[in-house]
Design a protein around this ligand. Structure first.
Ligand code: ZN
Length: 295
């Protein structure tokens, strides 16, 4: 089987993953392809267990399934449908709402919503690939109804975005919900996603000023009328807001939606491997019970 599934067509996907057994076999290969180590005692030998694809440690006799310790843990519907959700979320241009997934896969909307949130957990940035080169940082209010001026906007939340410029466009994007645009919160976000050597551009906001100590190449440029000097940033923010309105209608779990949007955006230039990349992250992430998603 090809290792990375270059842009996988629906037809190829169906051939590779016709049923739960094929999905389990694939997860087992991903998990133990480089050798077995017991999750309980670390012992390296196993024998077959009762259920196919499960492995039993020959030292402590702990039995482990391919899904144990991953975000597939305790999925209560057919695994092949879970794979379909990951396929749709990683390969469709705009992602898919839980309502649409529910229609396509004949699952309850609530079931799709819950599993989709697990997938969104896996879409969160690893923080291992900070933005480099020319990077722009700006904040915007997101969510809630667009309201007439003076009516208050208590449902809107502040989000800081960072974009990596490439030529005339944008190669990568990260965002984070922050309580206010203080140097503390802006700095924490930038420490996590922006390379210290990056040539950072921001507007004249005082919150960025103290960050010049950490980001030596940070330059503040007063915003020109209509944001003429930050056009790409504004295009990105408009794009995100439009997507959020179109697909999700509300923004209760705003950070998870930002992570989902950035995941897809950051892979849209290298469409290959998005599905396997997301599967890798699902297997590498610890289980997430539903009650932690609802909290
Ligand atoms: Zn063991």
């Amino acid at each position: 089987m090809e290792a990375r599934f270059k842009s996988l067509s629906i037809f190829e996907f169906q051939e590779l993953f016709p049923d739960d057994a094929a999905c389990l076999a694939h997860l087992a290969r991903m998990k133990w392809g480089n050798g077995f180590a017991c999750r309980k005692c670390g012992h390296g030998r196993y024998c077959a267990a009762q259920k196919p694809f499960n492995r039993q440690c020959t030292s402590c006799h702990y039995t482990e399934s391919p899904t144990a310790g991953t975000l597939f843990h305790k999925v209560k519907f057919p695994l092949v449908k879970a794979f379909w959700i990951i396929y749709y979320l990683s390969t469709s241009k705009k992602g898919m709402s839980s309502t649409e997934l529910s229609r396509k896969l004949e699952l309850r909307q609530k079931t799709c919503w819950g599993f989709k949130h697990k997938v969104m957990t896996a879409m969160r940035s690893s923080g291992k690939h900070p933005l480099e080169g020319v990077v722009e940082v700006d904040e915007a209010f997101v969510g809630g109804q667009e309201q007439a001026r003076g009516r208050g906007n208590k449902k809107k939340r502040l989000v800081v975005f960072a974009i990596e410029r490439k030529g005339r466009g944008v190669s990568r994007l990260y965002g984070k919900v922050i309580p206010r645009a203080s140097s503390k919160h802006l700095g924490e976000f930038m420490d996590a996603v922006v390379d210290k050597r990056a040539r950072v551009r921001t507007d004249g906001w005082t919150g960025y000023m103290p960050l010049k100590g950490r980001f030596k190449a940070l330059v503040q440029e007063p915003c020109q009328p209509k944001g003429a000097n930050f056009k790409e940033m504004h295009r990105i923010i408009m794009g995100f807001k439009g997507w959020l309105r179109g697909v999700h209608h509300q923004a209760v779990h705003l950070q998870a939606y930002i992570d989902e949007y950035c995941f897809r955006f950051n892979r849209s230039f290298m469409h290959e491997g998005a599905f396997q990349n997301l599967l890798d992250r699902m297997v590498a992430s610890p289980p997430r019970p539903y009650n932690t998603i609802l909290a």
